[in-house]
Design a protein around this ligand. Sequence first.
Ligand SMILES: *Cc1c(COP(=O)(O)O)cnc(C)c1O
Length: 347
Amino acid sequence: MDTIDLRSDTVTHPTPEMRRAMAEAQVGDDVFGEDPTVNRLQAMGAERMGKEAGLFVASGTMGNLVAVLSHCGRGEEVILGDRAHTFLYEAGGVAALGGVHPHPVPNQTDGTLRLEDVGEAIRAEDVHFPHSRLVCLENTQNRCGGAVLTAEYTDNVGRLAHERGLALHIDGARIFNAAAALGVPAKRLAQAADSICFCLSKALCAPVGSVLCGSHAFIAQARRIRKQVGGGMRQAGILAAAGIVALETMVDRLPEDHANARRLARGLAGIPGILLDAGTPYTNMVIFGLAPSVPIDGRETAERLAELGVRVQVIAPRRFRAALHYWVDGQGVDRVIEGFHQVIASA
Ligand SMILES: *Cc1c(COP(=O)(O)O)cnc(C)c1O
């Protein structure tokens, strides 16, 4: 029996077409700028984001790190959400490796930062204060259940940042999910940003990598910082080849994952003992919990589900996340619903 793994969209493995493209990829030394496949992926990524240039990086964490270190010097400040991936889940890299001071402001439940909060977080010129250099947004916002930031909202944050002399970076690990949910091109969501990083290896199924995009000048600096953090790769075209297939074949099908997320949510909503979060799913993630009437906790529930071949992520003692992706279809979704039925009914 195949396991249905909804713990994350990072569990996606490459498609047969990706494996073929990897095997046949033309390569060169990318630190010399001579890998034609990497160069092609970077150009495609930049085009998708409406930016001048792109840079292939090993991970989303590296992309955000390189972006923050390219925008900010030591002792300078980045303003970001208190539920931002960069704040919570990147091992404090911007502080540890760049001496950059993170200044968190509250994420609202819809994933936004209030404009007033961002405005107040920007420091005045004073010998006591760090210089504020950068605002970071995350779209979709992972810890807010995959919530989507609109183009208008992003434009407003960009205007505020730019008026005050700061840059705007978007952690767009799932920007194509946001674009699919809103029915707009991803580049529209990136328009106000000075830089954006998107992921090839989550919903898009490539095995490795993200692309950081921005102006020629920004990417020149980012290339230098990527080298500093050990991210200059050589015949990386082997990896980039899968990323090209990801952009060509995986972006337009994302609405299927969103439809499967809605199907899962509808099914779970019909199970006594399961409480869906308000608003879920925004995109490809369903966030839900156990009612107090259920006598077992989240960990126990997940263990019993795993015996039935279903895996979900336990995000709090009685709460779960299920991330839909390419390798789970409608039938798989129904097996997940059935699994929850069975586990809760017999608890
Ligand atoms: C996964 C993720 C990242 C980091 O990506 P890795 O490739 O796992 O380093 C960054 N931001 C968000 C919002 C993510 O979900």
